[in-house]
Design a protein around this ligand. Structure first.
Ligand code: C5P
Length: 220
Protein backbone atom coordinates (compact mmCIF):
# COMPACT_ATOMS: atom_id res chain seq x y z
CA UNK A 1 0.00 0.00 0.00
CA UNK A 2 1.19 3.46 -0.90
CA UNK A 3 1.39 6.14 1.72
CA UNK A 4 0.46 9.74 1.00
CA UNK A 5 -2.22 12.38 1.48
CA UNK A 6 -4.75 10.33 -0.53
CA UNK A 7 -4.14 7.00 1.25
CA UNK A 8 -7.47 5.32 1.97
CA UNK A 9 -9.24 7.34 -0.72
CA UNK A 10 -10.84 5.84 -3.83
CA UNK A 11 -10.64 7.82 -7.10
CA UNK A 12 -12.46 7.04 -10.33
CA UNK A 13 -10.82 8.45 -13.46
CA UNK A 14 -12.41 8.24 -16.92
CA UNK A 15 -10.13 8.63 -19.91
CA UNK A 16 -9.75 8.24 -23.65
CA UNK A 17 -12.33 8.42 -26.41
CA UNK A 18 -15.41 6.27 -26.73
CA UNK A 19 -16.26 4.30 -29.86
CA UNK A 20 -19.88 4.21 -30.91
CA UNK A 21 -20.58 1.46 -33.45
CA UNK A 22 -22.29 2.32 -36.73
CA UNK A 23 -22.19 -1.27 -37.93
CA UNK A 24 -19.87 -4.22 -37.11
CA UNK A 25 -16.90 -2.57 -38.88
CA UNK A 26 -17.41 1.19 -38.48
CA UNK A 27 -17.66 3.55 -35.54
CA UNK A 28 -17.89 7.19 -34.43
CA UNK A 29 -14.84 8.33 -32.45
CA UNK A 30 -12.65 11.34 -31.67
CA UNK A 31 -8.97 12.25 -31.39
CA UNK A 32 -8.50 11.87 -27.63
CA UNK A 33 -5.15 10.19 -26.96
CA UNK A 34 -5.83 9.44 -23.30
CA UNK A 35 -2.54 11.01 -22.19
CA UNK A 36 -4.02 13.52 -19.75
CA UNK A 37 -6.24 10.86 -18.16
CA UNK A 38 -3.28 8.48 -17.80
CA UNK A 39 -1.24 11.20 -16.15
CA UNK A 40 -4.04 12.06 -13.69
CA UNK A 41 -4.54 8.42 -12.70
CA UNK A 42 -0.78 8.04 -12.15
CA UNK A 43 -0.57 11.25 -10.11
CA UNK A 44 -3.52 10.31 -7.85
CA UNK A 45 -2.04 6.84 -7.29
CA UNK A 46 1.29 8.51 -6.52
CA UNK A 47 -0.38 10.38 -3.67
CA UNK A 48 -1.71 7.11 -2.27
CA UNK A 49 -5.21 6.90 -3.75
CA UNK A 50 -6.73 3.62 -4.92
CA UNK A 51 -7.58 4.40 -8.54
CA UNK A 52 -10.18 2.81 -10.79
CA UNK A 53 -9.23 3.84 -14.31
CA UNK A 54 -12.10 3.52 -16.77
CA UNK A 55 -10.87 3.96 -20.29
CA UNK A 56 -12.22 3.91 -23.81
CA UNK A 57 -10.04 2.57 -26.65
CA UNK A 58 -7.11 5.00 -26.26
CA UNK A 59 -3.85 4.75 -28.21
CA UNK A 60 -1.77 5.26 -25.07
CA UNK A 61 -1.65 2.11 -22.91
CA UNK A 62 -3.14 2.52 -19.42
CA UNK A 63 -0.79 3.25 -16.52
CA UNK A 64 0.43 0.66 -14.02
CA UNK A 65 -0.62 0.60 -10.41
CA UNK A 66 -4.32 1.27 -11.06
CA UNK A 67 -7.34 -0.96 -11.61
CA UNK A 68 -8.09 -0.76 -15.34
CA UNK A 69 -11.61 -1.18 -16.73
CA UNK A 70 -11.73 -1.12 -20.54
CA UNK A 71 -14.91 -0.02 -22.27
CA UNK A 72 -15.93 0.91 -25.82
CA UNK A 73 -19.06 3.03 -25.68
CA UNK A 74 -20.42 5.87 -23.53
CA UNK A 75 -23.14 3.63 -22.16
CA UNK A 76 -20.56 1.03 -21.13
CA UNK A 77 -18.46 3.79 -19.55
CA UNK A 78 -21.43 5.02 -17.50
CA UNK A 79 -22.15 1.46 -16.33
CA UNK A 80 -18.51 0.95 -15.37
CA UNK A 81 -18.47 4.22 -13.41
CA UNK A 82 -21.67 3.34 -11.59
CA UNK A 83 -20.29 -0.11 -10.73
CA UNK A 84 -17.04 1.40 -9.42
CA UNK A 85 -18.83 3.69 -6.93
CA UNK A 86 -18.57 4.57 -4.09
CA UNK A 87 -15.61 6.89 -4.53
CA UNK A 88 -14.22 9.96 -2.79
CA UNK A 89 -12.99 11.53 -6.01
CA UNK A 90 -14.27 11.45 -9.59
CA UNK A 91 -12.15 12.89 -12.39
CA UNK A 92 -13.90 12.75 -15.75
CA UNK A 93 -11.23 13.25 -18.38
CA UNK A 94 -12.75 11.03 -21.07
CA UNK A 95 -13.74 12.52 -24.41
CA UNK A 96 -17.13 10.86 -24.50
CA UNK A 97 -18.84 10.82 -27.90
CA UNK A 98 -21.88 13.09 -27.73
CA UNK A 99 -23.94 10.88 -30.02
CA UNK A 100 -24.39 7.23 -30.87
CA UNK A 101 -26.44 5.50 -33.53
CA UNK A 102 -30.09 5.22 -32.53
CA UNK A 103 -29.73 1.65 -33.71
CA UNK A 104 -26.36 0.32 -34.87
CA UNK A 105 -26.71 -1.93 -37.92
CA UNK A 106 -26.20 -5.61 -37.14
CA UNK A 107 -24.68 -6.29 -40.58
CA UNK A 108 -22.19 -4.19 -42.55
CA UNK A 109 -23.99 -1.31 -44.29
CA UNK A 110 -23.56 -1.95 -48.03
CA UNK A 111 -22.78 0.58 -50.70
CA UNK A 112 -25.77 0.05 -52.98
CA UNK A 113 -25.56 1.36 -56.56
CA UNK A 114 -27.80 4.35 -57.20
CA UNK A 115 -28.95 4.64 -53.61
CA UNK A 116 -26.46 7.26 -52.41
CA UNK A 117 -25.01 7.44 -48.91
CA UNK A 118 -27.08 6.18 -45.97
CA UNK A 119 -28.39 8.69 -43.47
CA UNK A 120 -27.40 7.92 -39.93
CA UNK A 121 -29.92 8.60 -37.19
CA UNK A 122 -28.18 9.61 -33.97
CA UNK A 123 -29.24 9.72 -30.33
CA UNK A 124 -27.64 11.69 -27.51
CA UNK A 125 -25.37 9.71 -25.20
CA UNK A 126 -25.78 9.89 -21.42
CA UNK A 127 -23.66 12.61 -19.78
CA UNK A 128 -21.54 10.67 -17.30
CA UNK A 129 -20.11 13.72 -15.54
CA UNK A 130 -23.54 15.32 -15.09
CA UNK A 131 -25.09 12.04 -13.95
CA UNK A 132 -22.50 11.52 -11.21
CA UNK A 133 -22.39 15.22 -10.23
CA UNK A 134 -26.14 15.28 -9.72
CA UNK A 135 -26.46 12.04 -7.76
CA UNK A 136 -28.59 12.65 -4.68
CA UNK A 137 -26.98 9.73 -2.85
CA UNK A 138 -23.44 8.43 -3.01
CA UNK A 139 -21.98 11.36 -4.94
CA UNK A 140 -18.17 11.49 -4.64
CA UNK A 141 -16.98 14.26 -2.32
CA UNK A 142 -15.10 15.95 -5.16
CA UNK A 143 -16.17 15.75 -8.81
CA UNK A 144 -13.88 17.22 -11.47
CA UNK A 145 -14.79 17.64 -15.12
CA UNK A 146 -12.86 18.79 -18.17
CA UNK A 147 -13.83 21.25 -20.85
CA UNK A 148 -12.08 21.35 -24.19
CA UNK A 149 -12.84 24.80 -25.56
CA UNK A 150 -11.68 26.89 -28.49
CA UNK A 151 -12.98 30.32 -27.46
CA UNK A 152 -14.39 32.24 -24.47
CA UNK A 153 -12.81 29.52 -22.37
CA UNK A 154 -13.50 30.85 -18.87
CA UNK A 155 -17.02 31.95 -19.68
CA UNK A 156 -17.99 28.68 -21.36
CA UNK A 157 -16.32 26.51 -18.74
CA UNK A 158 -17.93 28.44 -15.90
CA UNK A 159 -21.34 27.84 -17.41
CA UNK A 160 -20.47 24.20 -18.01
CA UNK A 161 -19.53 23.78 -14.35
CA UNK A 162 -22.92 25.10 -13.27
CA UNK A 163 -24.87 23.14 -15.85
CA UNK A 164 -23.22 19.82 -15.03
CA UNK A 165 -23.09 20.35 -11.27
CA UNK A 166 -19.46 19.32 -10.80
CA UNK A 167 -17.15 20.98 -8.26
CA UNK A 168 -14.30 21.91 -10.58
CA UNK A 169 -13.87 22.23 -14.31
CA UNK A 170 -10.41 21.98 -15.82
CA UNK A 171 -10.67 23.95 -19.04
CA UNK A 172 -8.15 23.69 -21.84
CA UNK A 173 -7.71 25.45 -25.13
CA UNK A 174 -7.79 22.93 -27.95
CA UNK A 175 -7.68 25.52 -30.76
CA UNK A 176 -5.73 24.54 -33.84
CA UNK A 177 -2.08 25.48 -33.47
CA UNK A 178 -1.92 24.93 -29.69
CA UNK A 179 -0.81 21.31 -30.26
CA UNK A 180 -2.68 20.34 -27.10
CA UNK A 181 -5.10 17.74 -28.50
CA UNK A 182 -2.87 14.69 -28.87
CA UNK A 183 0.24 16.57 -27.71
CA UNK A 184 2.27 16.14 -24.53
CA UNK A 185 1.62 19.61 -23.06
CA UNK A 186 -1.44 21.34 -21.69
CA UNK A 187 -2.41 24.85 -20.60
CA UNK A 188 -5.40 24.77 -18.27
CA UNK A 189 -7.65 27.04 -16.29
CA UNK A 190 -9.17 25.50 -13.16
CA UNK A 191 -12.63 26.80 -12.36
CA UNK A 192 -14.29 26.27 -9.00
CA UNK A 193 -16.97 28.03 -6.96
CA UNK A 194 -14.49 30.82 -6.16
CA UNK A 195 -13.48 31.64 -9.70
CA UNK A 196 -10.87 30.83 -12.32
CA UNK A 197 -7.17 30.05 -11.87
CA UNK A 198 -4.95 29.84 -14.96
CA UNK A 199 -1.90 27.61 -14.85
CA UNK A 200 1.14 28.12 -17.08
CA UNK A 201 1.59 25.72 -19.99
CA UNK A 202 3.32 22.58 -18.76
CA UNK A 203 3.61 18.90 -19.57
CA UNK A 204 0.44 16.86 -19.07
CA UNK A 205 2.33 14.99 -16.30
CA UNK A 206 3.04 18.25 -14.46
CA UNK A 207 -0.55 19.46 -14.88
CA UNK A 208 -1.74 16.12 -13.50
CA UNK A 209 0.58 16.29 -10.47
CA UNK A 210 -0.54 19.83 -9.69
CA UNK A 211 -4.19 18.81 -10.04
CA UNK A 212 -3.72 15.75 -7.80
CA UNK A 213 -2.04 17.95 -5.20
CA UNK A 214 -4.95 20.42 -5.34
CA UNK A 215 -7.40 17.53 -4.96
CA UNK A 216 -5.52 16.24 -1.91
CA UNK A 217 -5.61 19.69 -0.32
CA UNK A 218 -9.33 20.08 -0.99
CA UNK A 219 -10.16 16.78 0.72
CA UNK A 220 -8.06 17.14 3.86
O1 C5P B 1 -20.08 18.88 -22.51
P1 C5P B 1 -18.66 18.54 -22.71
O2 C5P B 1 -18.48 17.29 -23.51
O3 C5P B 1 -17.80 19.65 -23.23
O4 C5P B 1 -18.14 18.27 -21.22
C1 C5P B 1 -16.88 17.78 -20.99
C2 C5P B 1 -16.84 17.07 -19.66
O5 C5P B 1 -17.98 16.24 -19.50
C3 C5P B 1 -15.66 16.15 -19.54
O6 C5P B 1 -15.29 16.08 -18.18
C4 C5P B 1 -16.22 14.83 -20.05
O7 C5P B 1 -15.49 13.73 -19.57
C5 C5P B 1 -17.62 14.87 -19.49
N1 C5P B 1 -18.63 14.16 -20.31
C6 C5P B 1 -19.18 12.97 -19.82
N2 C5P B 1 -20.15 12.33 -20.56
C7 C5P B 1 -20.56 12.84 -21.74
C8 C5P B 1 -20.01 14.04 -22.23
C9 C5P B 1 -19.05 14.66 -21.49
O8 C5P B 1 -18.78 12.51 -18.75
N3 C5P B 1 -21.50 12.20 -22.42
Amino acid sequence: LVDGPLAGRHAIVTSGPTHEPIDPVRYIANRSSGQQGNAIATALAGLGARVTFITGPAITPPPLGVTVVKVETAQEMLNAVTSALPADIGVFAAAVADWRMSEAATGKIKKAKGEGPPSLTLTENPDILATVSQMSEGRPELVVGFAAETDNIVENATRKRERKGCDWIVANDVSEGTGIMGGSENAVTVIDANGAESWPRATKDDVARRLAQRIAEALT
